[in-house]
Design a binder for this molecule. Sequence first.
Ligand SMILES: [Zn+2]
Length: 345
Amino acid sequence: MTKKNSVAPFSIAGHNVWPGERLAFDLEVAQLYTHAPLSIPVEVLHGRKPGPVLLVNAAIHGDELNGVEVVRQLLARLQPHKIKGTLVAVPVVNVFGFVHKSRYLPDRRDLNRSFPGSEGGSIAARMAYQFFTEIVQHCTHVIDLHTGAIHRDNLPQIRADLSTEATREMAEAFGAPVVIDAVLRDGSLRAEAEQADIPVLTYEGGEALRFDKFAIAGGVHGVINVMRNLGMMPASRRKARSEPVIARSSSWVRANSNGILLSKVRLGDRVKRGQLLAEISAPLGADVTEVFAHRDGIVIGMHTLPLVNEGDALMHLAYFSSGATRHVEEQVEVFRDEVSDLEMH
Ligand SMILES: [Zn+2]
């Protein structure tokens, strides 16, 4: 006899989680040379009422740490008996890279180009396969947390395939100031999950090997916004003030000489066509070359190392329809206020 609205235990990777309970377990994905097992830590919060199964995972690139902290804060805040549906939290997917503070796996492969993987392939393919079949395929929605690469800082932003309605809805609900309609790259978690009809958001914020409080608070806030939108948590009493704007396109401005970089803009700044973005000079200060914006846009990514070679990507600019650029600049400020409010509460 089943009660109205009662839910069955949630089964994943050989474990059962009872309604209203949380369970932490390790998913063994590989062995070290020493035969010590290498495992991905997983925690599941299973609500008492039915709802979506949301996977929130971080560190598919092992050196991208902001998402690890986002997951930790979510787990500290959320209680299973208060949610509808199920949250599957995986703070570190690429455990090899995480231990070595590296983006990659020991064979230099990129885990985010190895999905859906294969049972008998290389270590990257096997890890991708285990994670995909044991975890991802049991979920209905995914939020994949990333940061910029090493020496690259990203303004909090969502990348998603907006041609899928469910994905678009999640992207708008998340509340990051900028949304990029990004093509699916073969072998990425996002591409393979979307192919399996599981909508995926990629959140990018901050820089590899660093904690960025703004990007972390934005990530926690964004996941909770999506959970509210999916009906997993009650709607907020406070109305969200930020309205994400979808970028039409984006491109990197590259260094036009070699030397020491002095940036003249910050993440989130609005730049105008012809505006000075940076100066590149020789160590003795002579031979200064100037780098200008080719179009009006918003700075969504920056090179943070002040040493550059000609051709290096310096600034990532996102372009919006005319009139929207000023609005995006305002949205960045609104988002900053919103997440700093959250930090204080
Ligand atoms: Zn990444």
